[in-house]
Design a protein around this ligand. Structure first.
Ligand SMILES: NC(=O)c1ccc[n+]([C@@H]2O[C@H](COP(=O)([O-])OP(=O)(O)OC[C@H]3O[C@@H](n4cnc5c(N)ncnc54)[C@H](OP(=O)(O)O)[C@@H]3O)[C@@H](O)[C@H]2O)c1
Length: 287
């Protein structure tokens, strides 16, 4: 067989494999009228997710702490085409707010199809100096509130054959300097929701869980932290938000965005010393 024919056949094989691996097709129509709760939606990726859901004609509840900003996000959602857009201010460090927010959404929307857990509390980007209280507080905001909200929403999601979408990070798969408290909360999320995913599958539950592993995304908060410290490329928040929504809507278990985060996650187990070297040298640090 001539070399050219071999190359063409090989390319066709790769194209077919790529198509098969690309997972189920996203149908935007399935989100029309969908009942969605997005946390951390006053800014960043959460805000962008609210706008995408709105363009798809969903019914949305947005939550975060700043009421005035949430009101503006909800108004923008209505302008973009949301069938409903409501907001509820809440502090996810509180014992009671996570449950109250889910109850509010279920009551106002008459059920829930998507619970998108996305919020994070602010955390310094610096060497860890022993601030145990901050680590404990961050665990409440970034982890325990997710667990509480998932539990409160589970029955409604079961009724609607709904989806739980958890926004995590590459820093939930591999450790990196300057973010010890943050990275712990993301590892905890991956562990907890990975286990829950098994249990739901074993119980033949209707609920799907999608865990989204993100690399650096160009939100204001993230860019402010890494300014002048790293040259790692940042990817657009709006595109990250759309990929998260599509992953939830197609009930896929995992998203890696951008794609190379999956390669990085694999490489750290295969070549730990090289990965550690690259991580430690991708930040500028003056002793
Ligand atoms: N940006 C990145 O580079 C990146 C990379 C990997 C993963 N991620 C993940 O993507 C998600 C969104 O990140 P982002 O960059 O968009 O974050 P962000 O811009 O900092 O937004 C955080 C959101 O959480 C809310 N929030 C903060 N503290 C809260 C509290 N105590 N109670 C309730 N809400 C609270 C904030 O609103 P209020 O201040 O109004 O409360 C805001 O809406 C996070 O899960 C993050 O870990 C981001």
């Amino acid at each position: 067989m001539r070399a050219l024919t071999k190359i063409v056949l090989l390319s066709i094989c790769f194209a077919v494999l790529a198509f098969l691996w690309s997972g189920p097709r996203f149908e935007a129509e399935t989100l029309r009228g969908a009942r969605v709760l997005v946390t951390g939606a006053s800014t960043g990726i959460g805000e962008q997710m609210a706008y995408h859901y709105a363009r798809f004609g969903a019914q949305i509840v947005v939550t975060a702490r700043r009421e005035k900003v949430l009101q503006q996000v909800a108004e923008e959602c209505l302008r973009l085409g949301a069938q409903k857009a409501l907001y509820v201010a809440a502090d996810m460090a509180s014992e009671s707010d996570p449950e109250k927010v889910v109850d509010f959404a279920v009551e106002k929307l008459g059920g829930l199809d998507y619970l998108v857990l996305n919020h994070i509390g602010p955390s310094p980007f610096s060497m860890w100096q022993g601030d145990v209280d901050h680590t404990r507080w961050l665990m409440k905001v970034n982890f325990f509130s997710y667990v509480q909200m998932a539990w409160t929403a589970l029955a409604s999601l079961e009724d609607s054959k709904g989806s739980l979408v958890v926004v995590s990070s590459l820093l939930g798969k591999l450790s990196s300097p300057f973010v010890a408290p943050y990275t712990s909360t993301k590892f905890a999320l991956n562990g907890f929701f990975g286990a829950l995913n098994h249990e739901l599958a074993m119980k033949r539950s209707n609920v799907s869980i999608s865990i989204c592993t993100l690399g650096l995304i160009d939100t204001e908060a993230a860019m402010e932290k890494v300014k002048g410290v790293t040259n790692v490329p940042a990817y657009p928040a709006s595109d990250a938000a759309l990929n998260i929504i599509m992953t939830g809507a197609t009930r896929q278990q995992e998203l890696f965005y951008p794609w190379f985060t999956q390669v990085v996650a694999l490489t750290k187990d295969w070549f730990p010393s090289i990965t550690n070297y690259v991580i430690q040298n991708s930040y500028s640090y003056d002793q």
